[in-house]
Design a protein around this ligand. Sequence first.
Ligand code: MG
Ligand code: MG
Length: 267
Amino acid sequence: MVALKSPREIETMRRSGKITSKVLADLMKAARPGMTTSELDGMAEKGIRELGGVPTFKGYHGFPASICASVDDEVVHGIPGPRVLRDGDLLSIDIGTTFEGYVSDSAATVPIGNVSQAAQRLMAVTQECLMIGIAQMQRGKRVGDIGAAVQAHAEKNGYGVVRELVGHGVGRAMHEEPQVPNYGKPGTGVELRPGLVLAIEPMITQGAHAVKILKDGWTVVTADGKLAAHFEHTIAVTDDGPKILTLRDFAEHPDADRYRPAAEAVA
Ligand code: MG
Ligand code: MG
């Protein structure tokens, strides 16, 4: 059931990932107080199509937009709309591109204007969780090693790990086997082999890990109303270790330092 990708397929996924990462970096830079989330969605669709891709999310199980835009206590799957971003908001942007039949999937949480220290810490730890999970993607390790590493780092910092939503295999479809929970036991689950491509996506909460779904049928929020953050990359297991296919090139941006995650050096 787990489809391994050939080097040629991984190269196509890397090209897909380049579109996703370029557009996500542009959205991270553009997002600011006074903008609506639907403006960001319009930018995303235009950017993906100009680079030769197709927005994977649009129409996926009826989802109406090219990105998910989730603010503050919204964890994931927020629908872009007329909501105006305000100073101090935490915005999680999730984006996917299909290019030559292959999907790349990535997400990041960005500060809108000036956010609280507590929010900054949550973002930093969530990003660390992602990179720590990716570091586990070595030949011979197992899916449970990824989740266990993510969970340990989140809980050590006093945060919750969402249980209801998980990372996943990715390739011709956005969601392939195996599921990749952000929690688990080391040494359990599917073995990691070269050619396996996974989307790792810790969803980390400031309070308890319980979530609920809003009446729109999509938006997942924390049950206690506290903040959440979400970072995601598409990564291939290779003989040389994990290769991040959606790594963002921050050098292009004048405010790179604000968004460059120190931990991305792991790649
Ligand atoms: Mg995603
Ligand atoms: Mg995903």
